[in-house]
Design a protein around this ligand. Structure first.
Ligand SMILES: [Ca+2]
Length: 353
């Protein structure tokens, strides 16, 4: 054994006994050599960041802020961090100890955080894990900001006219069987058929306008007006759909006759629109508060139009699993007697802030 190796072994033994301070390892080594590609001997590897902190459960599309818990900077060496959101790919390294992320589909994701010294990237990576469940949180709602939009459709709903709405909340998802069944259990109301397709987070179907109206009231909400529904669906666009005029991408956003397999699907499985709302196009038609009047668009007030004062038919919107693309356009109107129900008609609720 050479003298150098023997001396190193003695130092390790002495360090283990606590006799020698780590700083003494510097003796005889030029600083440049010590720092090149590895940590100086007196700087320990960063400890693993503590289990990432953050929400253990999130709604689909809802942002969560996650922290590493931090790891100590040592003697001027900065610690940097990165995250893996559960797909096996890490974000870039950065000095921030917290960051936000949202997931666009339900599931359980293993969030990993890693720490290392900024100056010695080859060394001392430490990691820890947090499991985050991303679920459909029924009852989640989105605040739609006040603003103007062009209501109507050049092909199917004219005249196109400017409407101004105050801000309002609208449900992120269609009302589900889980939600509606709870209403029935609490009130003794008859439970609607699910057509044999299953309940849970599938949208409730086979409900009349009065059923929809009563459910929303029970839930502390109300049906959206037709204007609110269309503003929510358009999400700032003037095109036929929330993604443009060409129906080509419709299957990314909607269940309709071309992709539904002739049934409803659990809410939130398709892409959200720019307001973060799911299934505005397709899955089930959605009852609105308004009566139908073919002339109403010509006389509608600018501000918060409430719809006609009376009528024989109620408006419903958005198309459904069994309808072709034209029925799913943002501006397409449909109407039926309020006592009608069908296996492709449901609702979502709104609320005044
Ligand atoms: Ca819908």
């Amino acid at each position: 054994m050479s003298f150098r190796k023997a001396a190193f072994l003695v130092l390790i033994i002495l360090m283990g006994s606590g006799v020698v301070q780590a700083a003494s390892l510097h003796v005889g080594m030029p600083a440049a050599a010590r720092n090149k590609g590895r940590l100086p001997e007196n700087v320990r590897a960063p400890s693993a960041p503590s289990t990432p902190t953050g929400p253990a459960e999130l709604d689909v599309g809802e942002s969560g802020t996650f922290g590493t818990g931090g790891a100590m900077s040592m003697r001027g060496y900065k610690v940097e961090y990165r995250f893996d959101w559960g797909d096996g790919t890490y974000s870039s390294w950065g000095l921030g100890t917290s960051t936000t992320h949202d997931w666009m589909s339900a599931g359980t994701y293993a969030v990993k955080a890693q720490a290392r010294y900024k100056a010695q990237p080859a060394e001392a990576v430490a990691s820890s894990v947090l499991n985050v469940r991303v679920v459909i949180i029924t009852g989640a709602e989105v605040l739609i900001p006040a603003g103007n939009f062009n209501m109507g459709d050049a092909l199917y709903a004219t005249p196109i006219h400017v409407v101004h709405l105050d801000s309002f909340y609208i449900d992120k998802y269609e009302v589900t069987f889980d939600q509606y069944d709870a209403f029935c259990a609490a009130t003794g109301r008859a439970v609607p058929s699910d057509n044999g397709w299953g309940r849970g987070t599938r949208p409730v179907i086979n409900i009349t306008w009065a059923d929809s109206n009563a459910y929303c009231a029970w839930a502390g909400r109300r049906l959206p007006t037709e204007a609110e529904w269309e503003r929510a669906c358009r999400a700032g666009t003037n095109t036929a759909y929330c993604f443009g005029d060409d129906p080509g991408p419709l299957g990314t956003y909607a269940w309709y006759d071309s992709n539904s397999g002739s049934m409803t699907h659990p809410v939130g499985e398709k892409a959200a629109n720019q307001f973060g709302l799911y299934d505005m196009h397709g899955n089930v038609w959605e009852w609105t508060a308004d009566w139908y009047d073919s002339g109403y668009y010509g006389v509608s007030p600018l501000n918060d139009p409430p719809g006609p004062a009376s009528g024989s038919y109620r408006i419903f919107r958005g198309g459904s699993w069994c309808r072709s693309s034209g029925h799913l356009r943002s501006g397409t109107r449909s109407d039926y007697e309020p006592g009608y129900s069908s296996n492709d008609m449901g609702c979502r609720c709104a609320r005044t802030p």
